[in-house]
Design a protein around this ligand. Structure first.
Ligand SMILES: C[S@@+](CC[C@H](N)C(=O)[O-])C[C@H]1O[C@@H](n2cnc3c(N)ncnc32)[C@H](O)[C@@H]1O
Length: 126
């Protein structure tokens, strides 16, 4: 089973499972970033939108990408702000980012799935 298929399977219970890593990630993200406001955020591997809702409160525009259609269905249902655009995209391939510049790129609990980090960071050059 591919990673994409595994997350499609997991999507319906991802938010309900006991998952201390997921919960710690949310707490630490909010703790570190709460003192900042952003014009735009690119959220790579947004999953079920666990962090998207909160990122919207800190930014004018959030662009959230994931390759799992199942995870995106949950995220879109959960986060209905007009300041968020969800898009299906594979981070290991060229993707269609709408903005050339962004204030913040997040990869919460995602990069452990990516073998060639050099390619991902070449697309999000700093
Ligand atoms: C553990 S979940 C984390 C989701 C969310 N960021 C969070 O913190 O809850 C990992 C997510 O990364 C996505 N993902 C993994 N590899 C990806 C890739 N190559 N392209 C796009 N999304 C990917 C999965 O579909 C999944 O939604």
């Amino acid at each position: 089973m591919s990673i994409e298929e595994a997350y499609n399977d997991w999507s319906s219970i991802y938010d309900q499972n006991q998952n201390k890593t997921r919960d710690l990630d949310k707490a630490v993200t909010e703790d570190i970033l709460s003192k900042y406001q952003f014009e735009t955020v690119l959220e790579m591997g947004c999953g079920t939108g666990k962090n998207t809702d909160w990122l919207v409160s800190q930014a004018n525009q959030v662009f959230s990408f994931d390759f799992s259609a199942g995870m995106l269905v949950i995220a879109k249902d959960k986060v209905q702000s007009e300041n968020v655009q969800f898009q299906k995209a594979d981070l290991t391939k060229e993707w269609d980012a709408q903005n050339e510049f962004t204030d913040l790129v997040t990869f919460n609990l995602v990069l452990e799935h990516v073998e060639d980090l050099g390619f991902v960071f070449s697309l999000t050059s700093f």
